[in-house]
Design a protein around this ligand. Structure first.
Ligand code: ZN
Length: 57
């Protein structure tokens, strides 16, 4: 699967607002800063952070 370059340009990690890296071989996005992974479903990145992935402060 591929994600359009235009879409990748506007994607940001919802946690740290950095651009995630698309790992094409495994078809997910990973944020290089916080390390969160985002699934790509039907070529659409799911930039959604599940509650259990956020450590309570
Ligand atoms: Zn991040």
């Amino acid at each position: 699967m591929t994600i359009s370059s235009n879409l990748l340009k506007i994607l940001v990690c919802p946690v740290c607002k950095d651009k995630p890296i698309h790992i094409e071989s495994e078809d997910f996005l990973v944020c290089s800063i916080c390390g969160l992974k985002y699934a790509v479903i039907n070529d659409i990145p799911v930039m959604f952070v599940e509650d259990e992935n956020i450590s309570a402060s």
